[in-house]
Write a protein that binds this ligand. Structure first.
Ligand code: MRU
Length: 348
């Protein structure tokens, strides 16, 4: 499979799912192998693999591996193993809807299949490959639609990592950056470090540097001043779940950037595949927001930076109201949410 940037975020080979270990980047480029749905669920929970589309693709392979490992059982027992895998994978992280979307697709395909045993395992593995391939193609379309919004030589700001590492390759916001840079629309990218897990500093800065795209790393609290100084021409971020009314859950800190962008009259764009839209969730108020362990805030890496027992609030995501999103960029095209266009317009 053709992947941009010389690394494979997710790769299935010889019965195992190989994941680039995103906890260790950029210091070390190492890989983790998962051989069961339980191991994939643990990799998602521990953020070895992260980013909404990437965890969806990984979960699809987790489901395929569960069916493969139970091919010797009878049809009913095989479906029971699949249901168990679905439950374990669904419990890994709550916010990114791509996870549940991929699990449901795999489960429905098994239900609809005329096969059982090895044949069913082959069919589901092929579907996981299809979800993988489609994600790359989707990101390229998102990249092209997003680049069309930018004026030449725009200086962008992004948050967290919505690049090749967060997807099967190319990226959503990262795709807009890549396509835009190739077309001369992007001069450089300001990257928020993205406390506490530092996806911006560790992952986005690494990815963009590898692509030769000029990066300026800032701490999260510098974004407002950069906007005030006129250094930012547009903000582009990814999403973990978009509710039916257009509210966007993404990495905590996104909402603050959207408010700042509006204050400074800077366009704020969200790039995401259709699989991130959850029409069953009416608004951002109903999106489950993951809370992560307090140690992520009390420490940077292994270093304690706060009193050992200080109370911590560590939501991994926040919700940006649709009205602050100038355009939602999908593979099917744009939705100008701030102008009142609706997410429903993407569905024929
Ligand atoms: O906690 P993470 O690193 O999984 O959060 C990732 C994000 O918030 C990304 O912006 C989002 O998943 C979009 S990835 C294309």
């Amino acid at each position: 499979m053709e992947i941009e940037g010389n690394f494979n975020t997710v790769e299935y080979r010889s019965g195992a799912l190989r994941l680039i270990d995103q906890r260790r980047l950029p210091a070390e480029e190492s890989y983790v192998e998962c051989r069961s749905a339980g191991e994939v669920a643990e990799a998602i929970r521990a953020m070895t693999v992260r980013g909404a589309p990437a965890i969806g693709v990984a979960a699809a392979y987790g489901m395929a591996m569960a069916v493969g490992r139970s091919a010797h059982l009878g049809p009913e027992a095989q479906i029971a193993v699949l249901d168990e895998a679905a439950a374990v994978l669904s419990g890994a992280r709550p916010t990114a809807v791509n996870l549940f979307w991929a699990i449901r697709r795999m489960r429905e395909a098994a239900e609809a299949s005329e096969f059982a045993g090895e044949k069913l395992a082959e069919e589901l593995l092929e579907l996981a490959h299809e979800i993988h391939r489609d994600d790359i193609a989707t990101c390229r379309l998102i990249g092209d639609h997003g680049a069309a919004l930018l004026s030449p030589e725009t200086s962008l700001l992004t948050h967290c990592n919505a690049g090749g590492l967060a997807t099967a390759g190319y990226g959503t916001a990262g795709g807009v950056i890549r396509s835009g840079f190739r077309e001369g629309k992007v001069s450089r990218v300001f990257v928020d470090e993205t406390r506490p897990f530092l996806q911006g500093a560790r992952l986005t800065a690494w990815e963009l540097s590898r692509d030769g795209i000029p990066v300026v790393l800032i701490t999260d609290n510098m974004a407002a001043y950069c906007m005030r100084l006129g250094k930012i021409g547009a903000v582009v971020v990814g999403a973990d779940r978009i509710a039916a009314n257009g509210d966007v859950a993404n990495k905590v800190g996104t909402y603050g950037l959207a408010v700042l962008a509006r204050e400074h009259k800077i366009p704020f764009y969200v790039a995401a595949p259709m699989s991130t839209i959850d029409m069953d969730t009416p608004s951002g108020d109903e999106i489950p927001i993951e809370e992560r362990p307090p140690e992520e805030v009390r420490r940077i890496g292994d270093t304690l930076i706060a009193p050992e027992k200080v109370e911590v609030f560590n939501p991994a995501f926040d919700v940006t109201p649709a009205g602050l999103v100038d355009a939602l960029i999908t593979e099917r095209g744009l939705v100008r949410l701030a102008e009142g266009e609706s997410v429903g317009s993407l569905y024929p």
